[in-house]
Write a protein that binds this ligand. Sequence first.
Ligand code: SAM
Length: 294
Amino acid sequence: MAAYELPEMESEEFALWQTLLEKRTGLWLPESRKVFLIAALTRHLKDKGLKNFSELYSKLDAGAITVLDWATLVDSLTVHETCYYRDSASLNLVANYCRNRAIEGFQSEPNKPQHIQLWSVGCSTGEEAYTLAIELDKVNHGLRESQGKDIYYGVTAIDISYPSLAVAREGIYAARQLDFVPQAAKNLYFDLLADDYYQVKEPIRQRTCFIQGNVLELGERNKQLFDVIYCQNVLIYFRSERKKMVVNQLTKRLKPGGLLVLGHGEVTLFENGELTRLDNKDCLAYLKKSNDNC
Ligand SMILES: C[S@@+](CC[C@H](N)C(=O)[O-])C[C@H]1O[C@@H](n2cnc3c(N)ncnc32)[C@H](O)[C@@H]1O
């Protein structure tokens, strides 16, 4: 075999890997990504001194590799593409929703502080979570001016990928990664470091919390409820039944009246009695029924 040639993988063996990955991560690898799988597994065999794919498969299936090895493998097979201000229509929707929810809260419970909690699910290297935190900070400034009151807000963000989360926690990005950040926000929310790198300012980093997690295991994690759940470009790699299962789990984690934002066309033909689809042609978003109308 020439150095650049990858080994073959029979269809039956590929099907086994597809099933294992889907069971553990939700990710469904189409035939078109078989070559990525073979390349990732080949690197892994080399690192671990294993002979062939089936030896690695048996170890994985028996749970006989370390969490770190499994994480490295999953990381090389998942897509982490992301950017700041990726979907402005959905971000505007979230900002308006949070503003209105806060104003309703100020009116109905004038003596109580208003808390708004957001969840970025499949946050990759953090751009989405920081964008949400920046938008919420802007909402808070507006509320302070118009209502004379602040809200308490936070963004929790999860991803299955440890390396992506490490980048997210640092909050350091090359200048070109901030291309879609409006100039005013860039000035307000980022510190310029050496070599044309920027870091998200401390107050925004303090509003965000990055946690490793698997969306297939949401039922097992602590049961914090959120006002807004933002899950874009994650379920797109899942097959239909798994998408529905995850959306049902996410719905359970929304507060009554909470907002669920998915990516455009990410989930189709979906029914959940607790959710009402918002009439917005630019976003795929749902409101959870509030206690008084469910
Ligand atoms: C394409 S990125 C999307 C990032 C961001 N949401 C956006 O829209 O820009 C998909 C992310 O989902 C994560 N992911 C994939 N499967 C996951 C799972 N089962 N649980 C948690 N995160 C997962 C990947 O690690 C990756 O960082």
